[in-house]
Ligand binder design. Structure first.
Ligand code: ARG
Length: 456
């Protein structure tokens, strides 16, 4: 079929070239934004007397008909159309005749595609924020459930100090809260309208770009027409935010994978979020967490692909930019699936407090508290640290633990030790006393939960 842009060329592109050039199989996702944008454009053309009010009404009705026909399954996308913009205009012209041909006055596909993608992404950003809030709420519920459950906290994956499982979970709630902020920030920056930038240089028609922008819910317009049609920073910002979000989910996944192993056995994932092995009958595999960790690489790849696509492009529009959509659509779809599955996995996950406690008891995790005990009795911290270290070394040599070392032995290290030390180094005390803001005490974790709940 001859192209709508036939004229300068015959428009009869070779089939292979045509398929290669076509983007409708992925940009058809933006049909709603394309149609809404065209409706606003028709209204603006009439408001500025570029077309008549009757013509605008006819166009808007026609567009509305196309929208409902697509949504009711009465109109299928024509995969031979070059892209969604051409498809809508083609159907409109078929249905309305010559009036349909007036829609594309004072715009170009270059500002049209930039408009559609901004509108599409701002809706997607909203969706993403809603899903993130749901996940944060599930994490916070778990944290509430386990706010007094003691587990070892790690640095270097070595047992470091006792914390609560609720405290650990809340760390992720805080990260995801910042992911929401990042996504809202990029949504705010992308919410400027490029329509009216036209091909690259603006237009000779007396248009009203602000009228159109306002009708479409934008906060303003792109102030340089070259920038308006060339800018894809907003896609990159969203992809970066999604990559950081996936990095958070991936770290969380890694921990869930470790915690589900027999070596840790801190948590039990629900049967509905694990899989079995086809050969080893004993297996219960944390596939969902592994896949989220795996798909993180894919989302980083989407970011890298678009960064690389854009880096050498001269202004203004280049066809390379059509590649923006598949990257960002893939990332959005991937992240949404991950958020959904993560929510289910976390909501149904159960902690095994006995195992967490056992692991916390073995590794001199209260040695800092032993040093703090001496500090409270008047010793400078560095000296207290040294004595505690020697006691730990002694325990290791004698195959015992701090809780079981007799008082006389403690006294041989420092006369400051009294019988009250045992209570001071109990895991419960270690946790209870970490009352500093943001710390692991139950009150502190409750405050964190309250803060997050209010934020979402
Ligand atoms: N399908 C194109 C894209 O996604 C639309 C813009 C086409 N503009 C052009 N001058 N060929 O980028």
């Amino acid at each position: 079929m001859a192209k709508m842009w036939a004229g300068r060329t015959a428009g009869n592109v070779d089939k292979i070239a045509d398929d290669f050039n076509s983007s409708i199989h992925f940009d058809c996702k933006m049909y709603r934004q394309d149609i809404k944008g065209s409706m606003a454009h028709a209204a603006m053309l009439a408001a500025k007397n570029i077309i008549t009010k009757e013509e605008a009404d006819t166009l808007i009705d026609g567009l509305d008909g196309i929208l409902s026909d697509i949504e009711n399954g009465k109109l299928d996308f024509d995969m031979d159309a070059e892209d969604i913009h051409m498809f809508v205009e083609q159907v409109l012209t078929e249905r309305l005749g010559d009036v349909g041909k007036k829609l594309h006055t004072a715009r170009s596909r270059n500002d049209q595609v930039a408009l559609d993608i901004r509108m599409y992404l701002r809706d997607e950003a909203e969706d993403m924020i809603r899903m993130l809030k749901k996940l944060i709420s599930s994490i916070t519920d778990k944290a509430e459930e386990y706010k007094a459950t003691i587990m070892p906290g790690y640095t270097h994956l070595q047992r470091a100090q006792p914390i609560t499982f609720g405290h650990h979970l809340m760390a992720y709630a805080m990260m995801l809260l910042r992911d929401i902020d990042r996504i809202s920030d990029c949504k705010a920056r992308m919410n400027f309208s490029p329509i009216g930038c036209c091909a690259l240089a603006g237009t000779t028609y007396d248009t009203d770009r602000r009228f159109e922008a306002e009708k479409l819910g934008f906060d303003g317009i792109c102030l340089n027409s070259l920038d308006g049609v060339s800018d894809r920073d907003f896609c990159l910002e969203l992809l970066s935010s999604l990559s950081i979000l996936m990095m958070h989910l991936s770290r969380f996944s890694e921990e869930i994978i470790l915690w589900s192993s027999w070596e840790f056995k801190f948590v039990e994932l629900s049967d509905s979020y694990t899989t079995g092995s086809s050969i080893m009958p004993q297996k219960k595999n944390p596939d969902m967490a592994e896949l989220v960790r795996g798909k993180t690489g894919r989302v980083y790849g989407d970011l890298m692909a678009l960064l690389t696509t854009l880096k050498g492009l001269p202004l203004a529009y280049n066809k390379d930019m059509q590649e923006d959509k598949e990257s960002i659509f893939d990332a959005l779809e991937t992240v949404k699936m991950c958020l959904q599955v993560f929510d289910g996995m976390i909501s149904t996950m159960k902690a095994i407090p006995e195992n967490m406690k056992k692991a916390a008891q073995g590794g001199f995790i209260n040695a800092t508290d032993l040093a703090d005990y001496l500090v409270k009795k008047g010793l400078p911290f560095r000296s207290a640290y040294k004595i505690s270290g020697s006691i730990v070394a002694h325990c290791i040599a004698e195959k015992t633990v701090l809780e079981e070392l007799p008082l006389e032995v403690y006294k041989s290290f420092s006369e400051l030790f009294e019988a009250d030390l045992y209570d001071e180094i109990s895991l419960e005390t270690c946790v209870r006393k970490r009352i500093s803001e943001g710390g692991t005490s139950v009150e502190s974790v409750e405050a964190q939960i309250k803060f997050v709940k209010e934020k979402i």
